[in-house]
Design a protein around this ligand. Sequence first.
Ligand code: AMO
Length: 449
Amino acid sequence: MSKLVGDKKFMERTLISDAPRMIGQYVKLAGWVNSRRDHGKLIFIDLRDRTGVVQIVVIPDKESAYQNAKDIRSEFVVEIEGLVKERPGGLEKDAKTGKIELEAAKITVISKVEAELPFDVAKSELDANLNTLLDNRNLVLRNKKINDIFKVYAEMIKSYGDVMRENSFLEIKTPKILSAATEGGANFFKIKYFDRDAYLAQSPQFYKQAGVGAFERVFEIGTVFRAEPHFTTRHVNEYTGLDAEMGFIDSFSDVMDALEKVMQRMLLDISKNCQAELSEYAAGELLFSDKFPRLRLTEALEILDKEYGKKSEDVDIDPEGERLICEWAKKNHNSDFVFLTHYPVSVRPFYSMPSVDGQYTETFDLLFRGVEIASGGQRIHDYEQLRSSIVKHGLKPEDFEHYLDIFKLGMPAHGGWGLGSERIVQKILALGSIKEAILFPRDVKRITP
Ligand code: AMO
């Protein structure tokens, strides 16, 4: 295949996945060098592009290609032209590089590797600790198994957008530079904004609620900043939230029903479209049914006490408790998911709708394989009630002037959720740390690379 550019004829690039259908043809491949091996007088190169890996054979007869091949090292970017041949022995010979090979006639080095490589990324598993892997992220992301995490991630984001749109949620983008801390907590980053201070959004909460006022149903896939000094396997300081907010609900069960459908759809899409990627991770079968078990938080605390001998000093559940309740849900309901509902007013943000008892809230957390992946619930939509809830939470209504304005303009009963996207992928693939599911993670110590 060739094309004319100006008065010059160029050979078009063939992708490695297309090459098996081109046996007997002369093609041009391009990509990175996985490895170069010398066998007697022959040189073998494993070439990698975004679609796969193929073996290249360079024979001494093709003199210029042979000379160039001698200098080639791992991760060089090269273009190689040659004849596609069936490999003796076919697939069984080497499942990784397939049933064909390319006999090189011309090799052009596009880009060399200047540094000494700390890893051989062509290996199936990289043997290094997480910090080293993150320090060398640019190289490490080329490793197939690690690269595939982001294919699963991309499928999940696509699926979230698809299912939300199909349920007539409008996709919105809300500001991340705010004049005041979103929910009144301490976990926000202060930034210099010209001649005044501003804050990085630690949730799209207020703006997604404003979105309900304008569009009834909205969702956002957006960056969330959290100034939390945590050193855990499930916290980072910058993550991507999958948020949603919906108007005209009857109760917060409607919100859980919607989230349940969204989770089921994301897992089904991933199971269907990421089979190869999932098979690389020994993460086990995903267990979920039409209805995820729902427990009041107080019931969960009783189960922890009775069945696991875990007494709670607190009105809330701790991470260990979340892990055990997931174990319980798996054993008793064959489910990787469990909703905990009705958190006490004292542990939920001021905008949470209190239950009729006034002590608990119409809120939930969704736990998946041992960790909380979402928080949500019904929100207060009455102006006076919201104002007094702000005061009861020890905050000043003046600091929420623009937010409060929304509720002077007519707001339906509404609710929504915030899902942590990276935690979902972490748990689907059973990754040790959330950071493995983030291209370039930011934690307390790390803001590079
Ligand atoms: P919350 O603060 O519980 O709720 O956050 C929602 C979800 O975001 C994820 N998450 C995190 N992921 C990684 N690193 C962190 N530091 C981190 N913090 C939170 C979790 C969590 O369940 N406005 C509410 C949501 C709502 O009610 O709609 C909120 O932000 O998966």
